[in-house]
Write a protein that binds this ligand. Structure first.
Ligand SMILES: C[S@@+](CC[C@H](N)C(=O)[O-])C[C@H]1O[C@@H](n2cnc3c(N)ncnc32)[C@H](O)[C@@H]1O
Length: 391
């Protein structure tokens, strides 16, 4: 195992903040919603690249985090089952310690070895119950055919939920570099072919980044196009509601560190994930504000926190104003509509997964205060499926 992997687990890297915030805010709704009607209220998670569960500084990794969520349900009718796979002996041993200490009363398995090898057996163990699979490698993920096999389960009305969150690392650019290299290594290209489920990605990449004279922006565009193609392939295979891609950048003007691809068959999954994405991004911004303040006077007395909260208020106002303007444009067409059916017009690429219920509620209320709609939001939980009627 590379030393990179060992370094990763000493303390939480900034890159991990967003994915953990996402899982932390999504695990609860997933357990709550899917476990309501499932057989014996069972719900399962497979964490295929589990890591040690906790970092050396004791911060939660995905293992400890999932255990904490499962523990919340020990005295409720829900039963949360956790299946971890970890290839590195040292991390698997540490994970077992975490399970022994924190997993009392839970059904947990820890498997040493390669997730490729163990996934089929674990999928069998989770037959008939809702399942969330988290695949978070340090390098390239297992081949698309294997990822897609997660969705070889019954779908449609009454079938238990099947969802996956995959970390497609920005290693893609390293592998794709062989396409425009003087000395390409065919084995690396073949490895990417497997990850992407065919060589389609080569043409997609070269269309955006035809040669080494192209810019860094072109390279990012090529990467994004390949990730979008990957998500499309997974969506086809999942045969359901859709996929959601989040590019994780340290700052808006920097290139992505990694891409998270979420796939679900249920519209409820998409809606709940949107809320989690928004909350995750908020945590991510908070983390970066804190890091930026380190070693400055803003660190004292948590001055950065006040500053960050003020910035968040500003962002909220901007988003609500933008949403209200878009709602006004739609309302001017004279017909009632639901935001979920006008996602592109109202949320657009810029606000999807960024805003959540609270912003949409504030925007609808603003538009109503301006006399453009009669729609009330009091006691309404879901703004996306609320019918908004012109005044
Ligand atoms: C990015 S870390 C996981 C972090 C963890 N999921 C979290 O969110 O806290 C990736 C882990 O996958 C393990 N790993 C790498 N290849 C693997 C494979 N083929 N099967 C199972 N585990 C693997 C590595 O040893 C490493 O601990």
């Amino acid at each position: 195992m590379s030393s990179d992997t060992s370094k990763f687990h000493k303390s939480k890297k900034s890159a991990a903040v967003l994915k953990h915030a996402l899982i932390d805010s999504y695990a609860g709704p997933f357990i709550g919603k899917t476990g309501k009607w499932s057989t014996d209220h069972r719900v399962a998670f497979i964490d295929g690249y589990a890591g040690p569960g906790r970092y050396d500084d004791d911060a939660e990794g995905s293992g400890a985090m999932l255990i904490r969520h499962a523990q919340k349900h020990v005295s409720t009718p829900r039963t949360v089952e956790l299946h971890f796979v970890e290839e590195k002996d040292e991390f698997a041993a540490k994970l077992r310690e975490v399970v022994a200490k924190e997993g009392d009363g839970l059904k947990i398995t820890v498997t040493d070895g390669d997730v490729s090898h163990h996934l089929p057996r674990l999928l069998k163990l989770c037959e008939g119950i809702p399942l969330f699979v988290y695949l978070d490698p340090c390098g390239l993920v297992i081949p698309l055919e294997e990822v897609a096999s997660i969705f070889d389960r019954p779908s449609g009305y009454g079938a238990p939920a099947t969802e996956a969150l995959i970390n497609l690392t920005a290693h893609i650019r390293r592998f794709a570099g062989h396409l425009t290299s003087d000395k390409p290594i065919e084995a690396s290209l073949k490895r990417m072919d497997a990850v992407c489920g065919g060589d389609w990605w080569r043409a997609v990449w070269l269309e955006k980044y035809p040669n080494n004279q192209a810019s860094e922006d072109d390279k990012t565009a090529a990467e994004e196009a390949v990730v979008a193609g990957y998500a499309e392939k997974l969506r086809e295979r999942a045969g359901g509601a859709g996929t959601w891609v989040i590019d994780v950048r340290p700052r808006a003007d920097l290139k992505p560190l990694y891409y998270l691809v979420f796939a679900t068959r249920h519209i409820d999954g998409m809606l709940a994930f949107g809320e989690s994405a928004s909350l995750g991004l908020q945590e991510w911004r908070k983390y970066h504000a804190k890091v930026a303040a380190e070693g400055t006077i803003f660190e004292e007395n948590d001055a950065w926190l006040k500053d960050w909260k003020a910035q968040e208020e500003l962002l909220k106002k901007q988003w609500v104003d933008t949403l209200a303007a878009r709602l006004t444009t739609e309302l001017a067409k004279g017909e009632a509509f639901r935001i979920i059916d006008r996602a592109e017009e109202i949320l657009g690429d810029d606000l999807v997964g960024v805003v959540r219920t609270l912003h949409l509620r504030a925007a609808i209320n603003k538009v109503r205060d301006e006399g453009k709609t009669t729609t009330q939001t009091v006691r309404v939980k879901d703004m996306l499926t609320l019918t908004i009627t012109p005044a």
